[in-house]
Design a binder for this molecule. Structure first.
Ligand code: ATP
Ligand code: MG
Length: 394
């Protein structure tokens, strides 16, 4: 029996004139994500996307990928029958035997988008319902609160039959919300921030600051591993690794110790913004959460933000650590984040960081540094790593 995946579009059905763009982005994202799993025919019609394998492709893996693509409200696996009543009747009990055996109550819902089909929707439901009752004598119909809804959709290319649908990842398709530079550390927060923004359609442009030899290759690999998990949701991306040691050593040598972290963070923002502008990004993303550490007080955040002009998105700003951890477990980044490899932020942490830095003093302290030359030097030595690409030639 031929099986397909039926996808119900999420919020994007509401988007009026933009809808065609949203659908095209979603189809492109789906194509990229399932490309390596085989050959599929992907079509859009009447707010539904159908994925049909061209051969014997395994739909388990496809369904797993689909469950992580933003812009999908719900999806279901369905069997395809000929658009004839006897084919539909034969397919229902066979395809849904396990589901029907596992419940006591059911109902049938039908949709007929091919108006040339001779029976109307209520007539299809009645016939299919009666036939199922005949084959599964333990079942009763409950139209208000059934354990299982059997759906029959008579569409252009066939009749589709399925049981309950599975909730999708929600959100809107990545790429429809612009592109933003993501400041990604190896911690718990920034991968979660990445996921939050990708859910709102933002394409990610990740930037990581590394401080060799104080930070190791393992620490960089950790960031790659984290982003590989995020890429299941956000799609592929290219990581920029910025060598940051020289800047940190300069700050350490020339600025007051208690301002070290804030000045370092201002450099991160400046460099990320420069890369962002050069690569068509319109915002920066960080994993900051208000009050979590000394550099995330309201005053410290204001000081950091003053170094750049771009909008800075902080999707975790009002979340507790427990809420952030719950998402990191859901997206499977938590176990990677807690691996104990040093981050460039932790290498030179001052004993008494300023929790209420004064921007004037910070700017005064920075006068001892050649900001432009330091930033330029970092940008010139950025390294690129591809994340989530199947073939290096892509
Ligand atoms: P995380 O869990 O994301 O590491 P954190 O609570 O440890 O967050 P900080 O180390 O103060 O917080 O960093 C705050 C934010 O600054 C991070 O969420 C991230 O966006 C950015 N950041 C920190 N370190 C780096 C780094 N090495 N490279 C890129 N961005 C960084
Ligand atoms: Mg960190």
């Amino acid at each position: 029996m031929k099986e397909i995946i039926l996808i119900k579009l999420g919020e994007l059905v509401l988007k009026g004139l933009n809808r065609k763009n949203f659908e095209a982005s979603l189809v492109r994202n789906i194509r990229h994500r399932i490309n390596k799993l085989g050959n599929f025919d992907i079509r859009v019609a009447q707010s539904t996307i159908t994925i049909s394998p061209k051969g014997e492709e395994d739909l388990d893996e496809v369904a797993e990928k689909i469950g992580k693509i933003f812009g999908i409200a719900a999806y279901s696996r369905a069997c395809v029958a000929e658009k004839k009543m006897d084919s539909i009747l034969a397919a229902c009990p066979e395809y849904l035997a396990d589901d029907l055996n596992g419940v006591k109550t059911f109902k049938v819902e039908s949709k007929r988008s091919d108006k040339s089909f001779p029976l109307k929707s209520p007539e299809i439901s009645a016939e299919v319902g009666a036939y199922i009752m005949e084959k599964f004598s333990h079942l009763t119909v409950d139209v208000h609160n059934p354990e299982l809804v059997v759906t029959v959709e008579v569409r252009d290319f066939g009749a589709y039959i399925h049981g309950s649908s599975i909730q999708g990842a929600g959100g809107i398709p990545v790429g429809t919300g612009g592109r933003a530079a993501l400041l990604i550390s190896g911690g718990i927060d920034s991968p979660v921030a990445a996921w939050c923004m990708a859910k709102r359609g933002v394409e990610l442009f990740p930037v990581h600051f590394a401080s060799p030899p104080y930070t190791s290759e393992r620490a960089e690999q950790k960031v790659v591993d984290l982003l590989t998990k995020v890429a299941d949701y956000s799609g592929r991306m290219v990581l920029r690794i910025v060598p940051f040691t020289k800047i940190q050593e300069e700050i350490l040598a020339k600025c007051p110790e208690e301002l070290f972290t804030i000045i370092m963070r201002r450099f991160m923002m400046r460099i990320a913004e420069r890369l962002a502008v050069d690569n068509g990004c319109e915002a920066l993303i960080t994993g900051e959460s208000l009050g979590q550490v000394a550099s995330q007080t309201m005053r410290a955040i204001a000081c950091t933000e003053a170094a750049v002009d771009m909008p800075v998105f902080r999707p975790l700003i009002g979340m507790d650590k427990t809420e952030i951890i719950a998402i990191s477990r859901k997206i499977d980044t938590f176990e990677i984040s807690i691996q104990p490899f040093e981050d460039c932020c932790t290498v030179f942490t001052p004993k008494h960081p300023r929790t209420k830095p004064n921007l004037h003093f910070v700017e005064q302290a920075e006068e001892k540094l050649d900001i432009e030359a330091l930033v330029e030097d970092c940008i010139a030595n950025v390294r690129l790593t591809k994340i989530g690409y199947y073939h290096s030639a892509e």
